[in-house]
Design a protein around this ligand. Sequence first.
Ligand code: AMP
Ligand code: GLY
Length: 426
Amino acid sequence: MNILVIGSGGREYALAWKISQSPKTEKLFIAPGNAGTSSLGTNIPMDVNDFKTIKEIVVTNDIDLVVVGPEAPLVNGITDFFKQDGYLKDIMIVGPEKAGAKLEGSKDFAKNFMAKHKIPTAAYRTFDKNRLEEGYKFIDNLKAPYVLKADGLAAGKGVVILEDSDEAKKELKSMVEELKFGDASSKVVIEEFLDGIELSVFIMTDGDNYVILPEAKDYKRIGEGDTGPNTGGMGSVSPVPFADEEFMQKIKDRIIDPTVQGLKNDGINYQGFIFFGLINVEDEPYVIEYNCRMGDPETESVIPRIKSDFVDLLVATATKNLDKQSVEIDERYSTAVMLVSKGYPGKYEKGKLISGLDRVKDCIVFHAGTTIDIETGGIKTSGGRVLAVSALGDTLEEALEKAYENADIIEFDGKYYRKDIGFDLK
Ligand code: AMP
Ligand code: GLY
């Protein structure tokens, strides 16, 4: 089978890495991909939101299965585009239609969906510029800290948490009136602050059935001890020790089942990944957010723990056959440590030569922001998050030790990584 993975980050490298190991994979394409994916398959440069070009790629390369990595093309309707096209409608695609991707594309939609289907989440209300005064009153009636969320996609930056109610009001005004996050903040969800420890839970669903993938915890802040600005994610760990059988059962009964059933009841055909961003508040799970894709860097610790043939799971997702599948999971701990460019998540330089990739051992290096230097053939940095160094171990400590040994071996000018991934789980 010929397979196309859309995207260019560590998540897409991890998906492509796993897909490349399946005997069912004949030709693998990654569009646009990165320096690492070019050794797993064929990279095709393109914009992930350019559906016409994606169609050309599918036709030209006789693609049978398309896996959509990032949220933007899903929210923009890539799957609807496939379903409505005479040729593409027969091609398997993993990723929800626009209506389902709204779980990530609109916080207001996601909150309404949870309220309707009685899925535990923080109390909330949504405001726009015509209801500013009501928003101020709502803030006055909430306890600090105040959580303000831009309704639409804001590249992971649309959530602001403030301690002071006057600042929260100012922030609300700047979001809805001055469109601080562009159109994404023309509506703002204000919600109750939940105090707990977060985890990420993933399923693949065909709209009727689902399988649960290994859960993970990611480390979003740039600084050690979870300090400083939010990033795309600085590392991840799987499994999450506090997500024991009893806790996972609560997640299944109260969150996963009603979500899958709710989508179905609402007439939304969802075939793809659902990423549940959850928080554990005194042993009770609540939904912080939904994403319509896998997490990054969670994928880089989750994928190494999946023993099953991943292409079988993807095909079953796209063809409504997941009831015939199960996921075999490696019991070991898996970690991913992100090596990032100096300055990230703010301004950073690109084009730094990466060395040491040939000296790593007993780990998997998932490429994210890397590119091949045309003149020298060397590998250079091309993004904020450059490489995820992942390792497996019988204990969390062993997995971390291996990941960190190798993180030290890889060098590039300005390399930075958090040295405390998993610190709160030990
Ligand atoms: P989101 O983009 O919705 O995942 O929010 C980004 C981050 O803000 C989350 O990972 C949490 O750390 C934090 N956050 C969001 N909503 C809440 C909430 N209701 N209570 C506490 N923290 C939250
Ligand atoms: N690691 C969080 C995310 O992918 O959104």
